[in-house]
Design a protein around this ligand. Structure first.
Ligand SMILES: [Fe+2]
Ligand SMILES: [Fe+2]
Length: 201
């Protein structure tokens, strides 16, 4: 069989579903290749900054690595803006959904919340930016959260810092082995993901 016969799902046979399941498992194994392609696409997104979103992503990941962050956080920094193209209104949650099956819950939470936390760093202290939808104090709702400091560090030291055209970022090729390692993990393997407390759906 190289293709199923059914035209509607309720007419599929058990053999056809076995066949599709095997194909799906194979397809899932190649997710890291598609992550790399999606990162390459960030080279054309969001005009107006001095560097592309791809360069911003590489710079964030390079800074994370230089600060001694573990590999899940480094990959989190690399993919944190992957949602920019398809989900400009909630890009953080899209990126969090992509990485969620492969990393500990803390990293998923940071990626999911980074857009909200990042608002704190829009301009100097006396700039509020309400007229363009910025709310610097939204993160205060999470000030007692166990991962508040981790998310603030992510934004303070890596994300908001990474718009420098002169920073010596590592290349995408440099990060590829790590992308392959993280996204080749068995999805939702409890040894990496634990038993998540939060529902991100
Ligand atoms: Fe972002
Ligand atoms: Fe960012």
């Amino acid at each position: 069989m190289d293709k199923v016969n059914f035209k509607r799902m309720d007419e599929g046979t058990p053999e056809e579903y076995q066949f599709l399941h095997k194909r799906e498992v194979e397809f899932t194994k190649n997710v890291s290749e598609r992550i790399i392609l999606a990162l390459k696409n960030l080279d054309n997104s969001l005009p107006g900054y001095r560097i592309s979103r791809l360069e911003h992503s590489l710079q964030s990941a390079t800074r994370a690595e230089a600060d001694g962050a573990d590999k899940e956080l480094i990959i989190g920094a690399l993919i944190h803006d992957l949602g920019d193209e398809l989900a400009p209104a909630n890009h953080s949650q899209l990126a969090a959904t992509i990485i969620r099956p492969y990393v500990r819950e803390e990293v998923t939470w940071i990626i999911s919340m980074h857009g909200l936390f990042q608002m704190f760093y829009f301009g100097p202290e006396d700039y509020q930016g309400e007229e363009i939808g910025i709310n610097k104090s939204l993160r205060e709702n999470y000030k007692h959260h166990k991962w508040f400091d981790s998310c603030d560090r992510f934004c303070r030291d890596w994300d908001q810092m990474s718009f420098d055209p002169n920073y010596p970022s590592k290349t995408l090729e440099y990060f590829e082995p790590l992308i392959n390692e993280i996204f080749s993990r068995k999805p939702f393997d409890p040894q990496y993901v634990g038993n998540p407390e939060f529902d991100y759906n």
